[in-house]
Design a protein around this ligand. Structure first.
Ligand SMILES: Cc1cc2nc3c(=O)[nH]c(=O)nc-3n(C[C@H](O)[C@H](O)[C@H](O)COP(=O)(O)O)c2cc1C
Length: 172
């Protein structure tokens, strides 16, 4: 089987972090479609601990941009998606963080498949409490990432992965 035979394998391989966006507006329907796909991630006991904040408002985007050294990425994105762990819906912190990670990957792949560009911003977590305050969200939420989304300015992003012989420790 070749990568091109499977749309999922193709999306996994072709998705890249996009950090430069065009000014063109992003359709709300596409964002909802991507978030719905994100919500189909697996979670322990199917507890679905992820929650989302969708931020279109320019002033709010500016306020969040000020909390990270990746301000320029947040400023140029059309929309930001805050992804949170709902600690009141958590049964095991490690497993719930893993579930939110799976949800984030679904989100990135879904956005890619909808021809949108996105990047997972983790650096802003150093100010995660401030994000909750600025968005006026309850303290039971813990920020896991902000995903910056827009129409890609270009598709020249390159990345690399370690070869499998460096990753597979054991095969018996
Ligand atoms: C937990 C996590 C945190 C990340 N934080 C940032 C970030 O703060 N800023 C950024 O530009 N990219 C961030 N990234 C994106 C990575 O830099 C990117 O996924 C990696 O370099 C591989 O490139 P690719 O996504 O194009 O394959 C983060 C990714 C993950 C999974």
């Amino acid at each position: 089987m070749q990568i091109s035979d499977s749309p999922i394998l193709k999306a996994i391989h072709e998705r890249r972090s996009v950090r430069q966006f065009m000014e063109a507006p992003v359709s709300r329907d596409l964002i909802m479609t991507a978030i719905e796909a994100a919500s189909w991630a697996p979670s322990g006991l199917n507890n679905q601990p992820w929650r989302f904040a969708i931020i279109w408002d320019k002033a709010l985007r500016e306020a969040l941009a000020a909390l990270t050294r990746y301000a320029n990425i947040l400023q140029s994105a059309s929309v930001l998606i805050g992804v949170f762990l709902d600690k009141e819906n958590s049964y095991d912190y490690t497993k719930d963080c893993q579930a939110v990670g799976a949800c984030l990957q679904n989100l990135l792949l879904a956005l890619h498949s909808l021809d949108l560009g996105a990047v997972w911003i983790g650096e802003i977590l150093k100010n995660k409490e401030r994000v909750i305050e600025i968005l006026k969200l309850p303290e039971q939420l813990e920020l896991m990432a902000v995903v910056a989304v827009g129409h890609p300015a270009h598709r020249n992003q390159k990345s690399h992965r370690l070869p499998l012989d460096k990753l597979i420790l054991l095969e018996k």
